[in-house]
Design a binder for this molecule. Structure first.
Ligand code: UT7
Length: 340
C-alpha cells in the first residue's frame, strides 16, 4: 500500500485589528502629504494603530483565539482544539529578548508547548507556515498555531512622510494540522529566498547587537529606500510564485486567487502583470489596513473569507516580500473553514 505524504493542512483562521483608525486625512494634518498622494501611490486609505496599551503579544493572542475557535468550530464532538506548537512571525516582538511566542502560548493557556518566533519581517508569515509545516512533516507537532503579528507603527519615524502612510498594525493567525497532501487546505510546495547583501534597503539601524545605542533618535526607526524596494518586491514575488507553480504542476491560468503581501497596491498589480495573472485574481485589503508586515497575508485571507471572496476548492497562491531581504511563495487549495 502506498503511504500518503504527511502535509500541513490549514483548518482554522482568525484575524484582529486594533480599533484606532488613522486616516490619510489625519496624517495630512501633520505631515506634508495628502489623501490623494497616498491613495494613488499606495492604494491605502487608512490603517490601524495599536497604540499604547496594546502590544504585539496582545494582538497575536486576540487573533490566535479566533483561529483556535475557527479550527474547533467544524466538529462539535472534537476535543478542545489544542495545538502542540506556536510559531509567531513578527519583527516587532514585545521585547528584544525573549521571543514573544512563549508569552502568546501562555496567554492562550496552551501549556508548555513548543513556541518560537520567526523574523523574516514582511515575509514572516510564509516562513512561519514553512516552519510549522516542517514541524508537522518531521513528526515534531500535529497541530500548530501560526500567527503573523506586527506593531510596525512602533518602528516608524512619526516625522517621516515616506513611511508613516505605508504601515499599520494588526495580527492574523491560522491553525495547521497533520493531514494528507491531496486534501483541501494542504500547503506547499514552498519557495523561500533571501538576499542579505541588500539589507540596507529596509533597516532599523540601532537597537540591535551591532549598534545598541545611538544619539540620533532616527536610528531607532525604519530607514526605507522605497523605490528600490518596490522594484525588488514585484519581480521577486513573481519569481517565487513561478517556482511553486512549476513545482506543483499548476499554470498561472489555474490560479483563482493571489494573496500577496499587502505592501502597495501597485506592487500587487505589477506582480500580477509579471506573472500574466488577471487583476481580478488579486485579493486586496490594503485600503483599510496599510502594510501590516507579517500580519498582512492572514489578514487578507480573513477579509476575503468573510467577504465570500475565497471559496472551498479554489486554487490560491500566496507570496510575500520583505526586509532582509526575504521573499517567497506557497500555494494551497482553499479549505472549507467554519466560523472564520
Ligand atoms: O513590505 C515591504 C516594505 N516596503 C514597501 O514595500 C515599500 C515599497 N515602496 C513603495 O511602496 C513606494 O516606493 C512608496 C509608496 C514608498 C513611494 O512611492 P513612489 O511612487 O516610489 O514615490 P517616490 O519615492 O518616487 O517619490 C515621488 C515623489 C518624491 O518627490 P519628488 O522628488 O518627485 O519631488 C517624494 O519626495 O513623491 C514625494 N513623496 C511624497 N509626496 C507626498 C514621498 N512620500 C510622499 C508623501 N506625500 N507621503
Amino acid at each position: 500500500m502506498e503511504e500518503s505524504v504527511v502535509a500541513a493542512v490549514l483548518c482554522g483562521l482568525g484575524a484582529w485589528l486594533p480599533p484606532r483608525v488613522l486616516t490619510n486625512e489625519e496624517i495630512a494634518t501633520r505631515l506634508d502629504t495628502s489623501d490623494e498622494w497616498i491613495r494613488s501611490r499606495t492604494g491605502i486609505a487608512e490603517r490601524r494603530v495599536a497604540g499604547p496599551g496594546t502590544s504585539t503579544v496582545d494582538m497575536a493572542v486576540a487573533a490566535g483565539e479566533l483561529a483556535l475557535a475557527s479550527a474547533g468550530a467544524g466538529d462539535p464532538a472534537a476535543e478542545a482544539p489544542a495545538v502542540d506548537a506556536v510559531v509567531l512571525a513578527t519583527a516587532t516582538p514585545d521585547q528584544v529578548c525573549p521571543a514573544s511566542a512563549p508569552q502568546v502560548a501562555a496567554r492562550l493557556g496552551l501549556g508548555e508547548v513548543n513556541a518560537v518566533d520567526v523574523n523574516a519581517v514582511c515575509s514572516g508569515f510564509l516562513y512561519a507556515l514553512a516552519t510549522a509545516s516542517g514541524f508537522i512533516a518531521g513528526g515534531i507537532a500535529r497541530r500548530v498555531l501560526v500567527v503573523g503579528a506586527d506593531a510596525f507603527t512602533t518602528l516608524v519615524d512619526p516625522d517621516d512622510r515616506g513611511t508613516v502612510p505605508i504601515f499599520g498594525d494588526g495580527a492574523g493567525a491560522v491553525v495547521l494540522r497533520a493531514g494528507d497532501a491531496d486534501e483541501l487546505g494542504a500547503l506547499g510546495p514552498f519557495a523561500l529566498h533571501s538576499d542579505g547583501a541588500l539589507a540596507d534597503l529596509l533597516m532599523v539601524p540601532a537597537g540591535g547587537a551591532k549598534q545598541r545605542r545611538s544619539d540620533d533618535p532616527r536610528d531607532y526607526f525604519l530607514d526605507m529606500q522605497g523605490q528600490a524596494v518596490f522594484r525588488q518586491a514585484s519581480t521577486r514575488m513573481a519569481e517565487a510564485s513561478r517556482t511553486v507553480l512549476d513545482q506543483a504542476g499548476w499554470t498561472v491560468g489555474d490560479v483563482d486567487r493571489f494573496i500577496g503581501h499587502q505592501a502597495n497596491i501597485r506592487i500587487l498589480q505589477s506582480t500580477a502583470k509579471y506573472l500574466g495573472l488577471p487583476q481580478d485574481a488579486l485579493v486586496v485589503n490594503i485600503e483599510r489596513t496599510g502594510n501590516t508586515s507579517a500580519a498582512s497575508i492572514p489578514l487578507a485571507m480573513a477579509d476575503a473569507q468573510r467577504d465570500g471572496n475565497l471559496m472551498a476548492g479554489q486554487k490560491v497562491l500566496l507570496s510575500a516580500f520583505g526586509a532582509g531581504l526575504t521573499w517567497g511563495a506557497t500555494l494551497l487549495r482553499w479549505p472549507a473553514l467554519v466560523g472564520a
